[in-house]
Design a protein around this ligand. Structure first.
Ligand SMILES: [Zn+2]
Ligand SMILES: [Zn+2]
Length: 153
């Protein structure tokens, strides 16, 4: 889901509030890093975020970007996903949603499904603890990778 302009304004005030409450200083760098994750549906890794932010803040380092993303994750502003052998990816969509993951190119896309949001919690899961949210992940090949395979390249 592409966040639309007024949604971004709302996200920024939420961002400012969360930082303030946590006693974390709001800097231009932090806002730009947040903006970079917010404006994409790609679930980028730290390096991709770094490449984007660097165009606006050339002095920023990959390490800073990585540490900032981890800070945002701890603050609950974004979430982090680790899909098998891949690098850590970051997700700014904090609404309940599900993922399609391409196992070939690592493409991750959000989808919403009222049906999956309302999944019945299996007894086996209840035995472990209290569930807050269920997340369904479909893994497979995206159309692009599928086509590449069919053409034998
Ligand atoms: Zn793919
Ligand atoms: Zn997502």
């Amino acid at each position: 889901m592409e966040p639309h302009p007024d949604e971004f304004g709302q996200q920024v005030s939420h961002f400012q509030e969360v930082l303030k409450r946590a006693g974390v200083k709001q800097t231009h760098q932090r806002l730009e890093i947040f903006r970079e994750v917010m404006q994409t549906v790609e679930h980028p890794d730290a390096e991709t975020v770094y490449r984007g932010v660097r165009q606006r803040i050339p002095t920023i380092s990959l390490d800073t970007v990585y540490r900032t993303l981890m800070l945002f994750t701890d603050l609950g502003l974004i979430s982090s996903l680790k899909t098998s052998h891949e690098r850590m990816r970051f997700d700014a969509n904090m609404h309940a949603h599900h993922h399609f993951v391409c196992t070939e190119c690592g493409m991750i896309r959000d989808f919403s499904s009222p049906e999956f949001d309302a999944l019945a919690i299996p007894d086996a899961v209840r035995a472990f603890g209290s569930t807050v949210q269920a997340h369904v992940e479909f893994r497979g090949l995206c159309w692009h990778c599928l086509e590449k395979k069919q053409h034998g390249t």
